[in-house]
Design a protein around this ligand. Sequence first.
Ligand code: PHE
Length: 495
Amino acid sequence: MGAPNLLNPERRMLRAMQLSDADRSWDLASLLAACDWTDQAVAVGAGHGLQNHGYVSVSETRLVEVRLDVEGERAVEDGLLEQRLWSWITEQSTATMADLQQAFERHEAGPGVGLLKQLGVEIESGVLVAPDPERLEATLLERAAFLSALPAQAEALDETMLGHFSSRKNLIQSVERTVRHWSLTPAGLECSPDDLQESMVVTDITPELLQGEEWKSATFRAFDVALEATTPRTGRSHPMQALIERIRAIFLEMGFSELVDDYVQSAGWNMDALFIPQDHPAREMQDTFYLDEPASIDIDQAVMEAWKAIHEHGGETGSTGWGGSYSTDVSQRPLLRTHTTVNTIQYLAENPTEACRVFSVDRVFRKEAIDRTHLPEFHQIEGIIMEEGANLQMLVTTLKTFYAKMGYPEVRVRPAYFPYTEPSLEIEVKWRGKWLELGGAGIFRPEVTEPLGITSPVLAWGMGLERLAMLVLGLDDIRQLYISDLEWLRNQPIL
Ligand code: PHE
């Protein structure tokens, strides 16, 4: 019968015990020496393991050891308080209480005299007298001898003395200790030494290891994956930043290039270029942050003339426009962009004929009252595809692909309205059984593309990043993203 399940320390201990007398009782020190160990815990652990296997038996004795405490150590050096007082008394011709209080400090004189009284000393008219000095001195000697015999096992000590010193402060202390003795059982004795060879335990698999032969007979350390472990608390990206990185990676993978542009823009590019009428309610002060500085933003005169024609009567597009009169002053008003479409449209104006796929993930501003789902500053995931033959089907497929890569395979689109797209769509994603609106999309209208010289169809979309973050992170309040709640931040998943 072999012992294949033994751990290395158990093998070593059993082997050491077999090499000595079969009926020897081993104490800790001899085990440590025989096994060449210094750590008591290793020996106790191995002994415990061998006991569970039935190869050794363990006897445990609980011992109480009595040791000197701080005051006890002082007493051994300088004498017990009652001894020091008695020595002083014997040196005086007449030992008066008044002299004693001079010779000793108050914290010693009081208790000291108390101790002496218990030993028979009396005070007669202020003088200390001992009716039986021999007995008193015998007791003092006995006490001193008790202390100098420490440390010792409690059961070997005089009970009365032990009781006496236990009642006094800080003179002695008792320490409990378990003493173990190990001995071989018949099964342990029979274990074949061949089974007690210590095996190599592999904790790391390295190329060097695999080049040799030793690993073939090695034991591989098992990992207990159910063990509790501490969570590493190191620096990491803010979940919002991590999400942005993931979105970037997806668009880059889909063949898009990233566009980064300013958030200070003109009303012209932010709205007029997108055929948003100059009297549109969203352009009002209460919805948009206009800027005092700079006083105005220059826009190419020819571009503004083109917008003016489009807005007033549809220009060359065959559209009737919005009518009324268009103001180039309004166009040049500075504002904080209300959507990132302001940047993609400018990109198209600069590159009107080259097919492109462009995206951005950037900050936009709207005068929103802050609540669970609204912030005045938020982010949009914007994108365009311009190429010959681009169509609605392609737009829907692109959006579905993006959300599928984000982990939301169920996407649907519904008709919507934006002044700058036709058709216009609303994008919805299914989350926990509900359809949630995440953004808008569409194909730019001729009123948008023609004045800028764009000839191919442009698919465009703009989606809320914070909305998406709420899904990804399971939030019910958008503000959670922008407060420094360290506990929450630490517990966010790695995106
Ligand atoms: N700009 C729109 C918004 O802010 C989204 C959108 C972009 C719609 C492009 C259509 C095309 O909601």
